[in-house]
Design a protein around this ligand. Sequence first.
Ligand code: SAH
Length: 450
Amino acid sequence: MKKNQTCQIRITGYTAEGLGVGRLEDGMAVFVPGAARGDFLEILLVKVLRRHAFGKILQVLQPSPWRTSPDCPVFPQCGGCDFRHLTYEEELSLKAQRVMDAMNRIGGFTLPIPKIVPSPKITGYRNKAQFPVGNGETGVIFGFYRSRSHQIVPIRQCLLQSKEACSLAEAVCRWADQAGAAPYDERAHTGLLRHIVIRQGQGGLHLTLVVREDRLPKSQQLIDMCQEAVPALCGIVINTNPQPGNKILGLGCRTLWGTDRLADQLAGNTFHLSPLSFYQVNHEQTQQLYAYVTELAAPQPDTLALDLYCGVGTITLALASRCHQVIGVEIIPQAVADAKENARRNQVHHVNFLCADAGQAAQRLAEDGFSPQVIVVDPPRKGLDQAAVDAICRMNPQRVVYVSCDCASLARDAKLLAQQGDYRLQQIRAFDMFPRTAHVETVCLLTRMQ
Ligand code: SAH
């Protein structure tokens, strides 16, 4: 088969990125965006490689029973959602299947399809929005980057975000038009406004405006217009990011108005969050996930626990009330400052926080003879590095609870821990933290074989 040929194909499953998968008569796998398992499709081959090809749907000849009509006018152009064409049941099922496949193929673990916990909310579940700003036909616009590009698809509402977040972004764009604040131009590295970052919690809405340089025209007007659009606004921070590149936030933060840190309650504690600190985006689902993490950690009054990659200390504090002592490790200084402050405000005294690379800190703790019964890890997508794996094995806890946003690196690391540290995979559960996107969160318990 060659590029630009058309063919008919039955979709039988999904890739890790959520593309539909089918096979041509000669057995070659074809990946098709926007396809559902069970669809019978006429497709155009848009790219043919040696072992697989990519197709584009020309016509749905027989729709899958799990296909639905997308309910968003910018799907799939905006690149934010992957699955608005599927029923939620099908989305959950494919995510659970994907976790099982990764654990099997990469980790070598044979297990049944794990349970997946549905998200309590499927729309408006995000408490954080990050909108790039650009020039549109009507003036300054916000939106999302088109899939695999930096072209902005303008939006008015987003089904994953709250209405208030979109109203606030709209107010910022109106101000930018009136004040003559130009959007940032990536190629020329000119202009001012880069991103509108909004967080929402019990404390209200918090705006971080990311600019190339800190010279804001008519800033009182910005404050007034934002407050008028969203009375629940609690603060505006100006974040300066002078660097070219994809990183959204720079290091410099200045409070323009109101509070510098949003307050939110999670799993029984109150957290204050700097704009630079990580915080889980799906509040209700995070509480269910943390409850499961605590259940798997099974803390006792004399337990010593280590929480690697602890962010603002959310899991650390959730464990602390039932442990003798918990140490949290996190690399972002602002998050560690937040974590310490959060412990103090919540009157949790038997916790310590270290600002360090998790692997290096764990190595040092192991050398000092620290010997926790429980280690919780919640690393970014790339997973643990070898130093972290080595140190965990050296500290030799009874339980390792692994929280993962990428089941491929989880599978790799669980295999290393099983081989190097004599751990056994005891429990695993997936959590749908990001409905309508291809991301899936997984929590598993590894226990030491005696
Ligand atoms: N457990 C927390 C945070 C998880 S996100 C929660 O549930 O909110 C992962 C965290 O790891 C982020 O806060 C990130 O800043 C931090 N991180 C990334 N690389 C790290 C490293 N090498 N060492 C320590 N922390 C790191």
